[in-house]
Design a protein around this ligand. Structure first.
Ligand code: NIG
Ligand code: FE
Length: 381
């Protein structure tokens, strides 16, 4: 069964060899791309869909999200907008609601957010635990996340929960909790930050996770220019996430490594914080990803298009850089080469915009431009 998508006004492949193809077409076969080129040269297929001049991109790759939780923190957001600072401590209120929720409630919340992500053009997303912070609830969190994505991250080291000694909690995170979660997860992450875990604690958690077969990624330099980025590079983490406060040495270290700098501008927007130095990172040669960081505390948005608009308006990325970061950059941050770009053989994860160009993602901020989404060749919207 082959499907021809034709009438593509602009195909922004994100593939370094194919680049941008005007007046394009592509063929989907068995969930993969079987042919890409000029519409005038398109082969025959079993069915054909004319996209009427719309722009087509790879589906967005959201490489950082916290989607297994219950409750919300709208009041905390409102207080922030009148001047309260964001702190790591707010996580504990979501922990109480998450522990009290049933599997069914957590699953329903995650399904709702997954549908939102699809509607926003996201075809692959990463999902962290981190709102359970006891063995049973962390294990439930990674198990439920794994029902909806292969990119599951064990984040037992989000904060130290109330009622337990810090050393005892770290022993739990590196011992029984890790053992209960590892089979459902691909990644290990730590909130390496003032108010959460210091560099030595974070290193110990990442090393324990790596010894259990998980690959490292890290929340780094969100609230201060601490040692998170240096640690991420030291352990060859796939990604250092946030990067809100960077030193020149951090930028050099990222540029000289295979660790992706994942920027999360919806968090700076929602916490009214300064935006990260995307230009410094890109100009130094670092690989940059854009992700939503959707979570109930620091930024409760699934809108990758809004993240792209902020990256252009506030982080001074070009529209092409921002789209690349939200697709190919996210795939790099997940160390995947089957997604995030459109080439023969890659997975048929596609977004058709209700616009002739991806420029409109930033040019028309807040406007729902996602026309259709295909996941492995199947229409999800
Ligand atoms: O990525 N920074 C750590 N974790 C989340 C926020 C968690 C929360 O406040 O609930 C983040 O911003
Ligand atoms: Fe996060």
């Amino acid at each position: 069964m082959t499907t021809l998508l034709t009438g593509i006004g602009l195909l922004a492949t994100q593939d370094p060899e194919l680049g941008e193809i005007p007046d394009a077409a592509l063929v989907i076969e068995d969930g993969r791309l079987a042919w890409i080129g000029a519409a005038a040269h398109a082969p025959e297929a079993d069915t054909a869909i004319d996209l009427g001049g719309r722009c087509v991109l790879p589906g967005f790759v959201d490489s950082h999200a916290h989607l297994v939780f219950a409750g919300d923190r709208a009041e905390e957001f409102a207080a922030r907008m009148t001047g309260q600072p964001y702190t790591a401590g707010g996580i504990r209120s979501t922990v109480a609601a998450t522990r009290a929720a049933s599997d069914e409630q957590l699953r329903a919340n995650l399904s709702k957010l997954t549908a939102e992500l699809h509607a926003a053009g996201v075809t692959t997303f990463e999902c962290k635990s981190g709102y359970g912070l006891d063995v049973a609830t962390e294990q439930r969190s990674v198990r439920i996340a794994a029902e909806q994505t292969p990119e599951v991250t064990y984040l037992g080291a989000h904060v130290v929960p109330a009622g337990i000694d810090r050393g005892d909690y770290l022993d739990l995170v590196c011992g029984p909790m890790l053992a209960a979660c590892a089979e459902h997860a691909r990644w290990v992450d730590v909130f390496c930050e003032q108010g959460a875990f210091d560099v030595d604690e974070s290193r110990a958690v990442l090393r324990a996770g790596m010894a259990a077969g998980l690959a490292p990624r890290l929340h780094a330099n969100q609230l201060i220019a601490g040692g998170g980025v240096a640690l991420a590079v030291e352990v060859d983490a796939a990604s250092a996430d946030h990067c809100t406060h960077l030193t020149a040495a951090d930028i050099d270290a990222l540029a000289g490594s295979s660790t992706v700098a994942t920027l999360l501008p919806l968090v700076e927007f929602s916490t009214r914080s300064p935006y990260p130095d995307a230009r410094g990172l890109l100009d130094a040669g670092a690989t940059v990803a854009l992700a939503t960081d959707c979570n109930p505390g620091s930024g409760f948005s699934t809108s990758m298009p809004l993240a792209i608009a902020l990256a252009v308006r506030e982080l001074r990325m070009t529209p092409a850089e921002a789209v690349h970061a939200a697709t190919a950059g996210g795939a790099r941050a997940l160390r995947r080469d089957d997604i995030g770009r459109l080439a023969v053989g890659s997975r048929a994860d596609l977004v058709a915009l209700d616009a002739p160009s991806y420029l409109h993602l930033a040019y028309r901020p807040g406007v729902p431009l996602i026309h259709r989404v295909w996941l492995a060749g199947q229409k999800v919207r």
